[in-house]
Design a protein around this ligand. Structure first.
Ligand code: HEM
Length: 346
């Protein structure tokens, strides 16, 4: 006679085991490559393992995070470029670059397409903003002296990026194909007539046999006046050619920022920075002693609580022969005060 046993449902694997099976699997480990424990190593791995984040350095000097130094203008310019690319691609769904359709398509976009005016204005405002922010970025690079070695090459790349930004703005201006755009581009391209060695009315044009139908303006317009070939040229330039070159150069620009040692910082190892460091340390020592109630020493400064490390000598030869009018070097301070930097002694 068969023994009838009561039904016992299979025991589910314990949660801990299940978790271990999942997190130890090959698939899991191929996606999550390190633990999330908050330590220096994992924080660094988080950056280098991520396709987007790895563009940033794992560590940056503190001053690089200071907005009042960079104004964040390079980053904002890049953000606007991304924004313009996205809104520009969406605009392409409603625009045909031909004499028959261009202006009609813009009117349809403004009157018939849902959120059309918003879309168009998002693109326009960002374009105007990018021109402003790129100029502000260049201005700040100039103010902070960041064009100096080793960053001269990146300044050069920046100058081309500035020109590309202006060209993107100029070519986009023609696309609505209204009176304003046609005449603005007519005036703008007329200037090309006078370019030396390239324009039909510029210096040396006679020697080179330049005529209105073979000079630089002709190449820009695709004819002797603004017309349908101009619209097509400007459209392709605006949507493909210029953004492609700009994106490539931006990659070079960011790569160079990394290779040049990150964002430039305050000038170090100069006579001025050593002096400033010396004075700052002296003041800090005095303040700490005041807080701790230690007696002040003879020369007006408080006795230091802990002798700070001697300042590093400047890397650059900063000790020019003292001139007749140079201030006399201060004597070594008594009462345990920190010695001045070597260049002050001379
Ligand atoms: C489309 C245009 C541009 C973009 C997207 C761009 C982007 C950036 C970004 C993100 C940085 C990092 C620091 C920061 O945000 O300030 C930077 C640094 C720099 N940019 Fe630009 N930039 C552009 C145009 C220019 C122009 C026009 C110049 C100068 C002619 C320039 C010269 C430099 C230099 C020299 C640095 C290094 C600055 C430093 O180390 O402090 N850039 N750029």
């Amino acid at each position: 006679m068969a023994l009838k046993l009561p039904f016992v449902p299979p025991k589910p694997p314990p949660m801990e085991k299940m978790k271990k099976d999942i997190t130890q699997s090959e698939a899991w480990k191929s996606i999550f490559r390190h633990s999330y424990q908050d330590n220096q190593r994992n924080r660094a791995l988080q950056i280098v393992d991520n396709v987007f984040l790895h563009l940033h350095p794992v560590r940056v000097p503190r001053h690089a995070t200071n907005y009042s130094f960079t104004w964040g203008m390079g980053g904002i310019t890049f953000l606007l470029f991304i924004h313009l690319t996205v809104t520009g691609i969406i605009l392409m769904f409603w625009y045909r670059p031909t004499e028959a359709f261009a202006f009609q398509d813009m009117k349809a976009l403004m009157n018939d397409v849902a959120f059309g005016p918003l879309l168009r204005n998002l693109h326009r405002w960002a374009a105007h903003s990018m021109v402003i922010t790129v100029m502000l970025h260049m201005f700040r690079v100039f103010l902070t002296g960041s064009y100096k070695p080793p960053r001269q090459f990146n300044w050069g790349v920046g100058v081309i990026l500035l020109l590309l930004t202006f060209l993107l703005s100029f070519t986009g201006y023609l696309l609505p194909w209204d009176q304003l755009s046609i005449w603005a581009v007519t005036v703008g391209t007329n200037m090309a007539r006078s370019v030396p060695l390239q324009g039909s009315e510029g210096p040396f044009s006679n020697y080179l046999g330049l005529r209105p139908d073979n000079d630089i303006r002709f190449i820009l317009l695709g004819g002797t006046q603004v017309g349908e070939p101009t619209l097509l040229r400007f459209y392709v330039g605006h949507c493909i050619f210029l953004p492609f070159i700009a994106a490539t150069l931006m990659a070079v620009h960011f790569w160079r920022v990394r290779k040049d040692g990150g964002i430039s910082g305050p000038v170090m190892n100069t006579k001025a920075s050593e002096g400033a460091k010396y004075i700052a340390e002296k003041m800090a020592t005095k303040r700490i002693a005041q807080i701790k109630g230690a007696p002040a020493n003879g020369n007006g400064t408080a006795a230091p609580v802990k002798a700070p490390a001697a300042p590093k000598p400047a890397a650059a030869p900063v000790t020019a022969a003292p001139s007749a009018g140079a201030a006399p070097a201060p004597p070594p301070t008594a009462g345990g005060a920190k010695a001045p930097p070597p260049w002050l002694k001379k």
